[in-house]
Design a binder for this molecule. Structure first.
Ligand SMILES: Cc1cc2nc3c(=O)[nH]c(=O)nc-3n(C[C@H](O)[C@H](O)[C@H](O)COP(=O)(O)O)c2cc1C
Length: 197
């Protein structure tokens, strides 16, 4: 039998492990590097896509993602900030689901700091013409910026999505018995409970 991790029967330890894995995902390629972000579509239906986790602040309970202002997800968040994020690391046998509200930052200090810290190859996408999701006559009928000035001209389209967690559902798979826990935050009020898996 595999040895059980220290957080196995420790509720606070499970929460710490969730944040540790999320932080690791933001810093490196790991199971938590590219989670799925769900938004509510304009018709009320759920919409899902892979995103890269760019930053995590466990004290503020926030997760940072980058996107284009012209994308569906940006419009959906602007219309309804309720979002959900799903990450699963098969090697760690850990699933984390976060629900909360997202805030979009564009052309402000948060956007400038994130833009400044992002790699040139990441900035290129925001200068794509036409914008993401535009129907094309051929697969390659779009243009990417060709010089630094054109890349920088993409900044107005750059958005930082800051998700503040209101609920975190933790699931650890183990042959000895799975462990599932739910953590919620509502202002100053915090709850933590084990759940049947
Ligand atoms: C590995 C991977 C990472 C991605 N990271 C991002 C990202 O960080 N931000 C983003 O807007 N789209 C990212 N995408 C693209 C989205 O999954 C999606 O296709 C695109 O943003 C359009 O989504 P939307 O129309 O729902 O806005 C990524 C896709 C993959 C496969």
């Amino acid at each position: 039998m595999t040895e059980l991790p220290a957080f196995y029967d420790d509720l606070a330890g499970c929460l710490a492990e969730a944040w540790r894995r999320l932080e690791e995902g933001a810093a490196h390629q790991s199971g938590f590097h590219a989670p799925a972000l769900a938004t509510i579509g304009r018709d009320g239906a759920p919409r899902l896509r892979t995103v890269v986790l760019r930053g995590v602040d466990r004290a503020a309970r926030t997760l940072r993602i980058h996107c284009d202002a012209r994308s569906d997800k940006a419009a959906e968040i602007a219309a309804d900030p309720r979002v959900s994020l799903h990450a699963y690391d098969a090697a760690a046998k850990l699933q984390v689901r976060i629900e909360g509200r997202a805030r979009l930052h564009g052309m402000d200090a948060a956007a400038r700091a994130a833009w400044g810290a992002s790699r040139p190859m990441s900035r290129v996408c925001y200068g794509t013409i036409p914008g993401p999701g535009t129907p094309l006559a051929e697969g390659g009928a779009y243009a990417l910026p060709e010089d630094e000035a054109a890349v920088e001209a993409g900044f107005p389209e750059f958005r930082v999505v800051v998700l503040t967690a209101a609920r975190l559902d933790f699931l650890y798979l183990a042959r000895q018995g799975h462990r599932r826990a739910l953590f919620t935050w509502d202002g100053e009020a915090e709850t933590a409970t084990w759940l049947a898996p």
